[in-house]
Design a protein around this ligand. Structure first.
Ligand code: ADP
Length: 250
């Protein structure tokens, strides 16, 4: 009788181990597929500016191009695409560094003054006013300064890229509960059908529009991963031609 029970238990165990093993293999396969997809998307994104640069450089090399207007346009396009590539490679390096950043220590950070500092730098360097409003004068978070800074910069960059007017950061906290930081703009907004995908890597609502603004579709996905590593959350609400609000919860 004992033997029968033993055999039954080990059969169940074996079956369970098999299930776990199958799940692990499936997950590994999914990760491998995602990685391959990422490399192929990244190569595609880099190929486009390289092709533009190559054709304009070829045009400039031709001796019969003496029209200064055309030369200027070619030089400007090369410059524009080179900047896009620079931004894209720096974002790809950010993604590669995400794993290493997991070991960055947390520290006490006063969020209101911190946001004001970043807003001030944006107002000075980008020539667009970034307004900061908070429910309290001081809000202390226990988090990683570099990661939060990177997230806020990504959100402000987007707010400025996709709107024309002022941009605002609102900071809120109930008692000593979660801290909410919202970055808001009154810009072009995002169509409803695109909203669920804007956190996906390389997703852009309108690639031609993003090409003009130099977007790569990586910013929000980096912000989401940074926040996940901090145990935080990010969400977005938007209305076309009205504006966008991205809320970070810490
Ligand atoms: P990108 O580098 O293209 O801005 P993101 O991942 O940061 O990439 O954003 C993904 C897409 O979401 C953008 O291409 C843009 O279409 C849309 N988007 C993000 N933020 C805003 C915003 N504040 N207003 C309007 N559209 C936005």
């Amino acid at each position: 009788f004992q033997t029968i029970i033993f055999e039954k238990e080990s059969k169940d165990e074996l079956q369970q181990m098999g299930l776990v093993f199958n799940k692990m293999i499936q997950r590994l396969k999914e990760n491998q597929y995602k990685q391959q997809q990422f490399v192929s998307d990244a190569s595609h994104e880099l190929k486009t500016p390289i092709t533009v640069i190559e054709s304009y450089a070829n045009l400039l090399k031709r001796r019969d191009i003496s029209d200064p207007k055309m030369q200027k346009q070619a030089a400007e396009s090369i410059h524009h695409e080179a900047l896009r590539m620079k931004r894209l490679t720096s974002q790809l390096l950010d993604i590669a560094a995400l794993d290493e950043q997991d070991i960055l220590p947390n520290e006490q950070l006063e969020i209101v003054g911190f946001c004001e500092k970043i807003a001030h730098i944006f107002t000075e360097t980008k020539n667009r006013f970034v307004h900061v409003d908070s429910i309290k004068k001081e809000i202390i978070a226990f988090t990683n300064r570099e990661k939060i800074e990177q997230v806020i910069i990504i959100l402000l960059d987007n707010a400025i890229k996709y709107s024309k007017g002022d941009v605002a950061i609102y900071i809120d906290q109930n008692d000593k509960g979660p801290i909410m930081i919202s970055v808001e703009d009154e810009g072009i907004g995002i169509p409803k059908k695109d909203l669920p995908y804007v956190f996906d890597r390389f997703y852009r609502v309108d690639s031609s529009r993003s090409r003009e603004t130099g977007g790569s579709g990586l910013g929000l996905s980096i912000a989401r991963e940074l926040l996940h590593s901090l145990g935080g959350k990010i969400s977005i609400t938007s209305e076309e031609n009205k504006g966008t609000s991205v809320k970070v919860t810490l």
